[in-house]
Design a protein around this ligand. Structure first.
Ligand code: NAD
Length: 366
């Protein structure tokens, strides 16, 4: 019998609906080829949810996500809602959904496609072959630790935050990272500041303990300052990087510029029960409604969904290959266009990827 996967679809604002529609077309093709069924149910989030319900994350949307096997999100925000108070902004909907679904591991793959080597700010010979994944702890660490705040001490203003991790929080994200490394090239780099921070010393100790459960994965430790340097010196030597919230925030953005375009970067945020997939980019209000957005980040996000939520590894691999093939054939949306390549819009890029998906499926006889 055909398996049915329930997907909550939150298109959001700006180019969100355009890129999500593109990704759903790819999923439809996967369903047809692999004899599975995806059931899509749409919910409101972000600015459009504020306009229609007064809340960036309506109760109904949250309920829909809690009843789904995976969540696909476009993007939220835009100038129309920029002047609302902090707790009413579209972006607040995103923070709330991550917390409500307890999505403690954020996965950001960074892959440099040969066809786009010229777009990287790094020298082509350095960027070539980069294919890494940053796994960032997302719901704890210094962004959430108490005590925090600006206060007065000896008549002076002082500010503080607390970087705190308990062993269970470290262990669960470390296990996710080891599992992911197992599905890739079996190398894990744990990043900390254990030479200075006590919380990092515990991080390292716990990661070493968890490593015993994964003897097939090679583990190394790097201090965060060194990791920041090595990422631009030898990015292609990394496989999976696991780190805490603040280090991961910075390193994933640093790594994200290596491929040279925001329109290419997918992401996933996963917990024990739920998972949310979304492109790294925002709602791009400057190009919304023109049909020219690059759908690849969202299409690669659904490839992650196939792999990490539905265990459809072959289908995921095929979608990634179809994207790569389409780039090799010279098709480019405006954001990655260069002379000598073929400029296409969102719909054309999606159609080319689907064509390649079908052809590769036949050729590779999955
Ligand atoms: P952005 O990522 O939306 O856009 C930055 C630049 O990259 C723009 O020039 C845009 O046109 C381009 N770009 C982004 N994605 C693209 C794509 N798929 N194809 C082609 N070009 C693309 O960042 P921003 O302009 O700083 O923010 C715009 C809005 O999005 C703001 O309201 C911001 O708060 C929100 N935002 C939301 C998310 C999210 O939903 N996760 C993330 C970042 C920003």
């Amino acid at each position: 019998m055909e398996k049915v996967f329930k997907i909550a679809v939150l298109k959001g604002d700006g180019i969100g609906p355009e890129v999500v529609d593109a990704a759903l077309k790819v999923l439809d093709k996967v369903a047809e080829l692999f004899n599975v069924k995806f059931e899509y149910k749409e919910g409101l989030i972000g600015g459009i949810a504020i306009d229609e319900t007064g809340d960036p994350l309506p109760e109904e949307t949250l309920k829909l996500c809690l009843e789904s096997d995976a969540v696909l999100l476009g993007a939220v925000g835009g100038p129309k809602w920029d002047n609302l108070p902090q707790d009413k902004k579209p972006e607040r909907g995103l923070l709330r959904i991550r917390k409500a679904l307890n999505l403690y591991a954020n996965l950001r793959p960074v892959k440099v496609f040969d066809a786009l080597l010229g777009s990287s700010p790094l020298k082509p010979e350095v960027a070539k072959g980069t294919d890494l994944m940053v796994v960032r702890e997302l719901v704890s660490g210094i962004y959430y630790g108490e005590p925090r705040g600006i206060y007065e001490e000896d008549g002076k203003r002082c500010g503080r935050n607390t970087m705190k991790y308990c062993e269970d929080e470290i262990a669960r994200v470390a296990r996710k990272a080891f599992e992911i490394a197992r599905k890739r090239r079996k190398k894990l780099t744990s990043v900390d500041k254990a030479n200075v921070l006590d919380v990092s010393a515990l991080w390292r100790e716990v990661v070493n303990e968890i490593a015993k459960e994964y003897p097939d994965v090679e583990l190394e430790h790097l201090y965060v300052d060194n990791a920041a340097m090595q990422l631009v010196r030898r990015p292609s030597t990394f496989d999976v990087i696991v780190t805490g919230n603040i280090f991961g925030d910075i390193l994933s953005d640093e790594a994200g510029v290596i491929p040279g375009s925001l329109g290419m970067l997918p992401s996933a945020s996963i917990g024990d029960k739920y998972a949310l997939y979304e492109p790294v980019h925002g709602s791009a209000p400057d190009i919304a409604g023109q049909g020219i957005a690059n759908p690849i980040a969202t299409i690669l996000s659904v490839a992650m969904m196939l792999k990490y939520s539905f265990n459809l590894d072959k289908a995921a691999e095929l979608v990634e290959k179809a994207v790569e093939e389409t780039l090799n054939q010279g098709y480019r949306t405006a954001d990655i266009y260069s002379e000598g390549t073929i400029k296409v819009n969102t719909q054309e890029m999606t159609e080319k990827i689907i064509e390649n998906l079908e052809r590769l499926y036949r050729e590779l006889s999955f």
